[in-house]
Design a binder for this molecule. Structure first.
Ligand SMILES: [Zn+2]
Length: 134
């Protein structure tokens, strides 16, 4: 048996016992979990990503790191020109005004990154997600 602190959507906190973590999900899916105070069926585990409070508002959306990274990737795809391994050369050219100023993305080696930093080129790194096939 496992005890979870639960919250309903109105913010009532209560404790419930479950056979295991999966049975919480099962009961929640089945809609048989209810708040003992107000009978609300929107019950979430405390300390779960959905129970994060911001400005008194409950964030309903699950914070999924893969989803977050996907949003960043989509943004980069839309707004940045992919220059691939020429990132270093292009970034320097833009920095020195030898080519049109624009947003670019690509890959750089560690040595190239060090030089870019020394030259004062503004850039940031994002991890590339490798989608795992189930
Ligand atoms: Zn309640």
């Amino acid at each position: 048996m496992i005890a979870f602190d639960l919250f309903c959507s109105k913010g009532h906190k209560f404790e419930c016992w479950f056979k295991d973590s999966a049975s919480f999900e099962e009961q929640k899916e089945a809609g048989i979990l209810t708040c003992p105070i107000c009978d609300d069926r929107q019950v979430e585990k405390a300390f779960s990503p959905f129970a994060i409070k911001r400005g008194g508002e409950r964030l309903k959306e699950e914070i999924d790191p893969h989803r977050t990274m996907q949003v960043i990737q989509d943004y980069l795809d839309k707004h940045f020109e992919d220059v691939g391994v020429d990132f270093y050369k292009e970034a320097l050219k833009i920095h020195y005004g030898e080519t049109e100023k624009r947003n670019i993305k690509g890959t750089a080696t560690t040595e190239e990154e060090i030089i870019l930093k020394e030259e004062g080129v503004q850039f940031f790194k994002v991890p590339i997600i490798k989608r795992l096939l189930n």
